[in-house]
Design a protein. Structure first.
Length: 244
């Protein structure tokens, strides 16, 4: 293996290794370093993951809006790929936010769900993500899909400051800024950093996948559609795996 190939492999492995190490450290911090909370006990440990995925869900929509705006300005589909990637991962994080939040709420408030300001705005965020992805998959033409998705994401990003400021602007049960011991705060930041790095790495992999898919479609469009001289399937059908 050449020196250049060795360097490429090392660079490709560096980010996932650092991500994995940080997530392991964050998990060990939740289990071993963070002290047991006096009121909620071990259930409080959900908060470390809950805050981390909630942060990523907000970043995801802002990233989708920002890259959508760049697409509108530059009309290059690479920015739409980034927007789609951010929205898909953001939807996953928003879903995990609602699940972990409901788990925490059941232990803290005795109910899985209540329509208090922070929860309501977080649910609206999840609905915006879902609407964005449904709208994307309903439009076949790439440029039109990218353009409408960009506008949707930019408008939807207005919910992000509402989610952040909900507990300060409106009276609700969700804690504004709970008091934490230094070890708890350290574990919280470890989780935020670990999940943020995981989000970035997955976004990079998904964006590359979308780019490869676009290149395959471009190559496929150049293939002849007529059957082969031997009466076999056309090249496009073979590329799709529809041959006998």
């Amino acid at each position: 293996m050449s020196t250049a190939l060795h360097a490429t492999v090392r660079r490709a492995a560096l980010v996932p290794l650092c991500t994995g190490a940080l997530l392991v450290a964050a998990g060990l911090g939740v289990a071993l370093l963070a002290p047991r909370e006096a009121t909620m006990g071990d259930t409080q440990r959900i908060v470390y993951v809950h805050v981390a995925v909630a942060w990523c869900s907000l970043v995801g929509l802002l990233a989708a809006a920002g890259t959508g705006l760049l697409y509108l300005l530059r009309r290059h589909l690479v920015w739409d790929h980034w927007a789609q990637t951010s929205a898909e991962l953001g939807w996953l994080c928003a879903t995990l936010t609602l699940i972990t939040g409901a788990w925490w709420a059941k232990a803290a408030w005795g109910t899985w769900w209540t329509w208090e300001p922070r929860l309501t705005t977080a649910f609206i965020l999840w609905c915006l993500y879902s609407g964005y992805l449904i709208a994307r998959h309903s439009i076949e033409q790439a440029d039109r899909r990218a353009r409408l998705s960009a506008v949707f994401a930019i408008v939807g990003a207005l919910d992000v400051p509402l989610v952040i400021a909900a507990t300060r602007l409106f009276r609700g049960m969700h804690p504004v800024s709970p008091t934490m011991e230094p070890s708890m705060r350290l574990v919280l930041w470890l989780n935020v950093a670990g999940y943020s790095l995981l989000f970035a790495w997955l976004a990079l992999q998904r964006r590359r996948q979308l780019e490869c898919a676009e290149q395959l479609l471009s190559l496929e469009s150049r293939l002849p559609t007529e059957p082969t001289r031997r009466g076999g399937a056309g090249a496009r059908d073979v590329a799709h795996g529809w041959h006998a």
